[in-house]
Design a protein around this ligand. Structure first.
Ligand code: B12
Ligand code: SF4
Length: 340
């Protein structure tokens, strides 16, 4: 059994805000490892125990401070993150990468390497997928996984030779061995639901405030907008859909296990132009879909929402752009009326 810590690096904290939701990429990696006998936890280094968020204007005004953090590798935040990782006593540390947080990963991984040279460090996620030479940008990181990481990470944690795993790049004695892009996962319905319990470094009270309502119901986008990372990142000819049954059962699972009707705040979607206080949701009965193209097959959305409404009255949000779009469809209201 390996102890694996999966890290969402700090980003919004540098801009005077924070991000308190679950990161689904590493949450999927963690649940797949845990379902196969490992001990994998999520560490969100962008979490702050605070209920108010900065809006976009306030964040942009912090840009000079943001730059300053990267000029000062002795800033408290870097040491705080490294100490939390060390406390975990990991065998593996995995970072989820966007282009926006690659410098953060570089600083943390170099500091960690100085303190714990034997720990294996790995990078995955969008930026690692887009950049085949990502290991040159993060010299303290040992390996990269490109595209979907569930299977590759499990094989690594099981001790398989990186040179034999699809999608893995790794340092060898004289150069970097590169096995290209991981195979597309053909059966996303069969994946375990993303990890929603093992949050490292938070008190039990703080864990209750993590927004675990994010759900991913598709992988890939059928369009090819030339400014967008998605087509290459997911690498499918067409969008792969989870079945409505699978998505509904995850929604129900979230409702049965995590909804707290006393909760006054919805912590999702931190980068709103509006003040966060205008987005307060009293009962927190909400699900955020992170899908690139949630409405691409309209009939499927209707099936899914129609199916969910009578029993759960779930409200559906789309996470990005961070604006509320789909709110409780017709059937739900009707069934509410019939219940009252
Ligand atoms: C939800 C979301 C957000 C949320 C949550 C982010 C979070 N930290 O969880 C919010 C609103 C905060 C956000 C913010 C931003 N986002 Co955003 N976001 C998304 C979105 C819509 C879904 C992400 C997701 O959950 N996907 C589902 C999971 C399952 O997929 P995944 O994360 O890719 O993970 C899989 C693999 O990548 C891999 N993997 C991931 N991590 C790891 C780690 C290891 C160790 C391994 C082995 C494998 C691995 O395995 C996973 C499972 O198969 C994506 C688009 C998309 N559909 O992916 C854009 C996207 C990731 N965002 C993007 C951008 C640009 C941003 C911002 C920079 C926007 C801005 N200007 O502020 C910020 C950066 C935030 C940061 N922390 O750095 C771009 C990234 C492009 C790039 N080159 O990096 C994307 C791809 C949108 C796009 N199509 O262009 N985002
Ligand atoms: S996710 Fe959106 S922006 Fe990206 S290719 Fe698809 S439609 Fe275009």
């Amino acid at each position: 059994m390996s102890r694996v810590l999966l890290v969402n690096p700090p980003f919004y904290r540098f801009l005077g805000s924070h991000y308190n939701a679950n990161s689904l990429g590493i949450a999927y990696i963690a649940s797949h490892l845990n379902a196969n006998g490992h001990d994998a936890w999520l560490y969100n280094a962008d979490f702050v125990n605070r209920q108010s968020y900065a809006n976009l204007e306030e964040m942009f005004s912090q840009y000079d401070n943001y730059k300053e953090y990267f000029n000062n590798e002795d800033a408290d935040i870097w040491n705080e993150v490294v100490e939390k990782i060390i406390d975990f006593q990991p065998d593996w540390v995995g970072y989820t990468s966007y282009t926006a947080n690659i410098s953060s990963i570089d600083i943390i991984s170099r500091k960690l390497k100085q303190r714990l040279p034997g720990v294996k460090q790995i990078i995955g996620g969008v930026h690692a997928t887009l950049d085949p030479r990502v290991l040159e940008a993060v010299p303290a990181v040992d390996m990269a996984v490109r595209r979907e990481g569930e299977f590759a990470m499990l094989e690594l944690a099981n001790g398989k030779d990186p040179a034999t795993i699809s999608g893995v790049s790794a340092r060898s004695t004289f150069n970097i061995m590169n096995n290209g892009i991981a195979n597309v996962n053909p059966e996303i319905d069969k994946l375990a639901y993303p990890e929603r319990d093992k949050f490292w470094g938070l008190t039990p009270e703080e864990i209750k405030t993590v927004d675990i309502s994010y759900i991913s119901s598709i992988r890939g986008c059928p369009y090819r907008c030339n400014y967008c990372a998605s087509p290459f990142h997911w690498g499918r000819d067409k969008t792969q859909f989870r079945s409505p049954e699978s998505v509904l059962s995850e929604m129900k699972y979230v409702k049965d296990n995590y909804w707290d009707t006393n909760k006054e705040f919805d912590y999702s979607a931190s980068a709103n132009a509006e003040a966060k206080s205008s987005l307060i949701i009293k009962d927190n009965t909400i699900v955020y879909f992170v899908d690139d193209v949630f409405t691409v097959r309209r009939r499927r959305v209707a099936e899914r929402d129609g199916g969910s409404a009578p029993s759960t009255a779930i409200r559906v949000h789309r996470a990005v752009p961070a604006k509320r779009v789909l709110i409780r469809e017709r059937n739900s209201r009707q069934s509410d009326k019939s219940r009252n």
